[in-house]
Design a protein around this ligand. Structure first.
Ligand SMILES: [Zn+2]
Length: 207
């Protein structure tokens, strides 16, 4: 980072990453004065003794411009400039607190969530929803619920609850409609289970 225009400050902060991610906390930046328009600051992340990254932050009216370099594999580095909008909410007893508006885009839909933290888990600094961080316990709950749905259906059809066994045939006396409805429900639970598993694996690539 070089250069300083008239009226711009250059400040520097050091932030330790305990959770393994480079993250930006808008309240921390605010307390440090880094959000004031015209400020030009930088943050250096350390994990223990290891220097894991730097970022330059230019505060403009209503937004921050983040400038950093991102490893793209094979020792190549890419310069990234990312613009993040800020939003403020006013508190009952005076004062105001800042929020980032997440600049993420998923499947063509802008995220635009109002969040306190952005994570540098991939190329861009995005919110936890965009990066699927910290939701592993929820995914586990979802997976065990989906497994139970499938096991209950198998039990109801008089089969084994083991998902490794073939799906039970239609019991005598059960309507085909009922059987097919249950079979579809079990298949859907299986598909959902796989989708959740895929999400978990994908999220772990970021960790
Ligand atoms: Zn987001």
């Amino acid at each position: 980072m070089g250069g300083s225009g008239s009226g711009s400050y250059y400040r520097s902060g050091i932030k330790d990453t305990t959770d393994g991610h480079k993250s930006l906390d808008v309240n921390w930046l605010n307390r440090k004065g880094y959000l004031a328009p015209g400020r030009w600051s930088s943050i250096h992340w350390w994990r223990g003794d290891e220097h894991v990254g730097d970022i330059g932050i230019r505060a403009k009216e209503g937004r921050l411009v983040l400038e950093y370099r991102c490893g793209v594999g094979g020792g190549e580095w890419e310069s990234v400039t990312e613009s993040v909008l800020l939003s403020w909410t006013y508190c009952n007893y005076g004062g105001r607190r800042p929020w980032f508006i997440c600049p993420g885009v998923r499947s063509g839909v802008p995220c635009q969530r109002r969040v306190a933290k952005l994570y540098g888990a991939g190329k861009l600094f995005l919110c936890r929803y965009c990066y699927d961080l910290a939701y592993d316990s929820q995914r586990e709950l979802k997976q065990s619920r989906l497994t139970r749905v499938e096991q209950n259906i198998r039990r109801r059809l008089g089969g084994s609850t083991s998902l490794a066994e073939p799906f039970p045939p239609k019991p005598k006396g059960m309507h085909w409609n009922t059987y097919l409805r249950l079979k579809h429900k079990a298949e859907y639970a299986e598909l959902r289970y796989e989708a959740v598993l895929f999400e978990r694996l994908r999220a772990q690539n970021y960790l």
